[in-house]
Design a protein around this ligand. Structure first.
Ligand SMILES: C[S@@+](CC[C@H](N)C(=O)[O-])C[C@H]1O[C@@H](n2cnc3c(N)ncnc32)[C@H](O)[C@@H]1O
Length: 212
C-alpha cells in the first residue's frame, strides 16, 4: 500500500479485519486512495450549502475528502451498514450525521432525517449492495435534485464483468449524462469513477413521481 493510500483513513488494518469477517459486504481489503477520493468528490459545489450523502464510508477515505471540500458548509450524511465503521466515523467526524443502516432504505432514511433533495451522492458501496429490488441506483436518482450528481467507482480489472456492465447500464438508464474519468492509477487496484449527472426522473423525498 502506498503512503497516500494509508493517508486520510481511520486505520488501514481495520478494513482488512472487516473483510475477513464479512467479505461480500466489505468487498475490499484496502481503503481507497486520496487520489481516487479526489475524483469521487468532484460533484460537490464549491459554493453554497450542499447536501451530500455518502454510502458505505468504511474507514473514511471519502468522508475525509468530502469534509475537506465542504469546509464546514452544508450537510454530510453517511449511510454505513457496518456498526463498527459507523461508530468510528461518528467519533472521528462529529459534524457528520452517521446512520447505521442498509443503503437500500435510502429514501426512507432521508425522509426520517427530514433531508430534502440531495445535491451529491458519493458511493463506496460494493456490487452486492446494488443487486436488490428496487435497484439502488433508482433510489439514488429519486433522492437527488434535478441538477444532482452521483459518483461511483469501478476497479479497472472488473469493469467488463457482467455485474459491472449491468451497473453501468443502470446508470445510463437513470441519468442523462454518465462520464467515465481517466484511470486513477494511484489506487490499489487502479479504478475509474463514473460521474452521473441530472437524474431523468426527479422524485423528491416525500413527493410523488414527477417526470421531467
Ligand atoms: C469497499 S468498502 C469502501 C469503503 C470506503 N468508501 C473506501 O472506498 O475506502 C464498502 C463499504 O460499504 C459498506 N456497505 C456494504 N453494503 C452496504 C449497504 N447495503 N449499505 C450501507 N453500507 C454498506 C461496507 O460496510 C463498507 O464499509
Amino acid at each position: 500500500m502506498t503512503t497516500e493510500q494509508e493517508h486520510h483513513n481511520l486505520g488501514s488494518g481495520r478494513i482488512l479485519r472487516e473483510f475477513i469477517r464479512s467479505p461480500m459486504q466489505t468487498a475490499s481489503v484496502l481503503p481507497s486512495s486520496a487520489r481516487l477520493a479526489a475524483q469521487m468528490v468532484v460533484g460537490i459545489p464549491e459554493r453554497g450549502e450542499p447536501v451530500v450523502v455518502e454510502l458505505g464510508a468504511g474507514t473514511g477515505a471519502f468522508t475525509s475528502a468530502i469534509q475537506q471540500r465542504l469546509g464546514g458548509r452544508g450537510r454530510h450524511i453517511v449511510v454505513e451498514l457496518n456498526g463498527r465503521f459507523a461508530a468510528e466515523i461518528a467519533r472521528a467526524y462529529p459534524s457528520v450525521e452517521v446512520v447505521c443502516e442498509d443503503a437500500v432504505r435510502l429514501p426512507d432514511l432521508l425522509a426520517e432525517l427530514r433531508v430534502g433533495p440531495v445535491d451529491v451522492v458519493v458511493s463506496g458501496l460494493p456490487w452486492v449492495a446494488y443487486a436488490g429490488r428496487p435497484p439502488l441506483i433508482e433510489s439514488v436518482a429519486r433522492v437527488l435534485s434535478p441538477a444532482g450528481v452521483y459518483t461511483q467507482f469501478a476497479y479497472n480489472w472488473t469493469r467488463w464483468a457482467a455485474p459491472a456492465r449491468r451497473l453501468l447500464g443502470g446508470l445510463r438508464t437513470e441519468f442523462e449524462e454518465v462520464v467515465t474519468t481517466m484511470t486513477v492509477w494511484r489506487n490499489l487496484p487502479p479504478a475509474v469513477v463514473y460521474v452521473s449527472r441530472r437524474p431523468r426522473v426527479v422524485r423528491a423525498v416525500g413527493d410523488g413521481d414527477q417526470a421531467r
